[in-house]
Design a protein around this ligand. Structure first.
Ligand SMILES: Nc1ncnc2c1ncn2[C@@H]1O[C@H](COP(=O)(O)OP(=O)(O)O)[C@@H](O)[C@H]1O
Ligand SMILES: [Mg+2]
Length: 266
């Protein structure tokens, strides 16, 4: 593959939410600060939204790394089922309980017991629900009820919703839940300057020896990707692949335009 040809130790533009490759753009930094604040202050509920591919899952991974020092038990539901009983079973599973009872009432009892156990050993409990726009209205209501587990001065469980912008419309329909959201943040795509910094940053992180993209190539990538990191990665990775095939010395806008015209990327 192209690693040696371009002088990288790792693939610079793999589409995985790897915290090592995290580029702290202004919006990502701000989102991170708010999530960390929410957890440190024991806020009941937070919401991180943004378009597909703008970096929500990556940000939640980085967030987990940053709060490692806190006494926290974290469960992550990444692909929530719309059925509320199945969802609650998944929540238990993510907190390490695999033999969930069948009825909703019993599942909730087991969960409540877990929350109290955590509290007794001085741990906060945090549930992160990724792709939260997939949750049904019924499941949102079930989650709201979970937030009722609280002591006079704090919640027994904190919940972070991560999802596409439609998640707002869903939560808006549930007024009591909406009122529980103490922190919310919408990630925006990168602007041109951030796209450039991002492309430079990832090449460096991958062990590269400087920037291999022309200014024009970066502008074309920005226009086509609309500043969405997942699309930027896809284009840059293909550009290296095609450039390697052509024995190019760097990535020109011609290479990027050919890839776009080919229809290989959306
Ligand atoms: N701030 C960032 N720093 C480095 N890479 C990022 C960043 N944001 C997104 N990415 C990259 O873009 C890809 C898509 O991001 P992801 O977090 O999966 O988006 P979302 O969850 O919003 O759909 C990730 O796999 C990651 O490689
Ligand atoms: Mg995601």
């Amino acid at each position: 593959m192209y690693l040696d040809y371009w002088g990288f130790e790792k693939f610079p533009f793999d589409n995985v939410p790897d915290p090592d490759f995290f580029y702290a753009s202004e919006p990502h930094k701000e989102g991170l600060t708010r999530l960390i604040y929410a957890v440190k202050r024991g806020k009941g509920c937070a919401l991180l939204s943004g378009d597909i591919g703008c970096g929500k899952t990556t940000l939640s991974r980085v967030f987990m790394e940053r709060i490692l020092g806190e006494r926290l038990d974290i469960g992550i539901v990444s692909n929530p089922c719309s059925n509320s009983t199945e969802f609650l079973k998944d929540v238990l599973y993510q907190f390490g309980i695999s033999d969930a009872p069948d009825t909703k009432v019993n599942i909730i009892h087991v969960l409540q017991k877990k929350l109290i156990e955590n509290m007794n050993v001085g741990k906060k409990t945090l549930l992160i629900v990724d792709e939260a726009q997939l949750l049904s209205d019924e499941t949102f209501e079930e989650i709201r009820l979970l937030l009722n587990f609280q002591l006079s001065d704090r919640f027994l469980i904190m919940i972070f919703f991560v999802g596409q912008p439609e998640v707002f419309d869903k939560i808006r329909k549930n007024e009591p839940l909406k009122q529980r959201i103490a922190i919310k943040y919408s990630l925006r795509p990168f602007n041109l300057g951030e796209t450039k910094d991002y492309i430079l940053f990832r090449q460096k992180k991958a062990g590269g020896n400087g920037n291999l993209f022309s200014e024009d190539a970066i502008e074309t990538i920005y226009e086509h990707s609309e500043g969405l990191p997942r699309k930027i990665n896809h284009l840059c990775d293909l550009a290296f692949f095609v450039g390697f095939g052509n024995k190019a010395k760097m990535i020109s806008s011609g290479i990027v335009e050919d890839i776009i015209d080919d229809g290989t990327v959306f």
